[in-house]
Ligand binder design. Structure first.
Ligand code: DQA
Length: 141
């Protein structure tokens, strides 16, 4: 099973950025280890701080991957263009967040992309990514 993990803006700084919220483990290192350790999926990793690059990657992998794990960062709360990209492709997309966005500032409770996604997994720290991969494997048709 091919799973593409796509991370949006500022997620390259997880490990340094606001450690009281996101922890102090570098996300890229965590995901590289996760991709190497999981034998039940072939996992690709992508990160960009640019909305259009995230859309390009969704389009690039979205017809060949069996699932996409997407942490769109702050674009979650603003981007109709990313929601449209998710709807445009065939791969199911799981919206992921490290933090519990529902218990933070009111603007983080709004997701422009959630209705285009098959599930939302948030608030489990970096384990949110493992849970999203588990979900895609368990719900694979
Ligand atoms: C985040 C939550 C977003 O609100 C925030 O803008 C991020 C990270 C998370 O993983 O908890 O950049 O997506």
């Amino acid at each position: 099973m091919k799973i593409a993990v796509i991370n949006g803006p500022n997620l390259n700084l997880v490990g340094i950025r606001e450690p009281e919220i996101y922890g102090n483990i570098p996300l890229n290192r965590y995901l590289e280890q996760l991709a190497a350790a999981r034998t039940d999926a072939e996992i690709s990793l992508f990160q960009s701080n640019h909305e259009g690059d995230i859309i390009d990657e969704i389009q690039r992998v979205g017809f060949s991957a069996d699932g996409i794990v997407l942490n769109a960062g702050a674009y979650t709360h603003t981007s109709i263009a990313i929601a449209d990209a998710i709807r445009a492709v065939t791969a199911p997309v799981v919206e992921v967040h490290i933090s519990d966005v529902q218990s933070r500032e009111p603007f983080r409770r709004i997701s422009m992309i959630k209705d285009a996604c098959v599930a939302v997994i948030a608030g489990h720290g970096l384990k949110s990514y493992d849970l999203a991969i588990d979900y895609l494997i368990q719900t694979q048709p």
